[in-house]
Design a protein around this ligand. Sequence first.
Ligand code: SF4
Ligand code: SF4
Ligand code: SF4
Length: 165
Amino acid sequence: MERRELFSFLSSSLKGEEYKEKDKIIRPPYYKDINAFDTECINCDGKCATLCQEQIIIIGEDKTPRLDFSKSGCTYCDDCATACELGVLNIEDKRMIDAGIRINESTCMSWDGVMCFSCKDPCLEDAIDFKAMFMPTIDQDKCTACGFCISRCPSSAIKIKVISS
Ligand code: SF4
Ligand code: SF4
Ligand code: SF4
């Protein structure tokens, strides 16, 4: 399924629903073989996390890296791929972050009539559209799933869902 089709599917199937909080591991966007995290990272001291300037990579108990957008987002700067010496992350395998971003209309303040642009300001892709200054939605063709908007929402209305690759 193409990414665009997948977003369309997500939009139709999840509209108006809370996202299920499961399967939330989002990997740094430079891998080719997702199984390599399990086989190789055990032999590493988490160099990708150390080198990430945004400090969004967390090393789990299983010693594999995952992205955490609770404070910042991914700039796609390549530093984690450059840091990886075991071939799990490679610059030539650069890809979109495997996640879909959605605004929960039932908890978003703007959808409730309160003027708020907190999510729009950090979005460098200009991917959040407002209708007459209210009712924001995310343009899936522009969104890079960088995650910068998530921590900026005062009502935690921006949800992220992992997309299996
Ligand atoms: S691309 Fe850069 S900002 Fe994104 S996870 Fe890797 S090191 Fe961090
Ligand atoms: S630097 Fe590479 S091998 Fe080390 S934890 Fe990160 S992805 Fe795994
Ligand atoms: S996740 Fe998408 S909507 Fe949010 S800041 Fe990044 S590009 Fe913009």
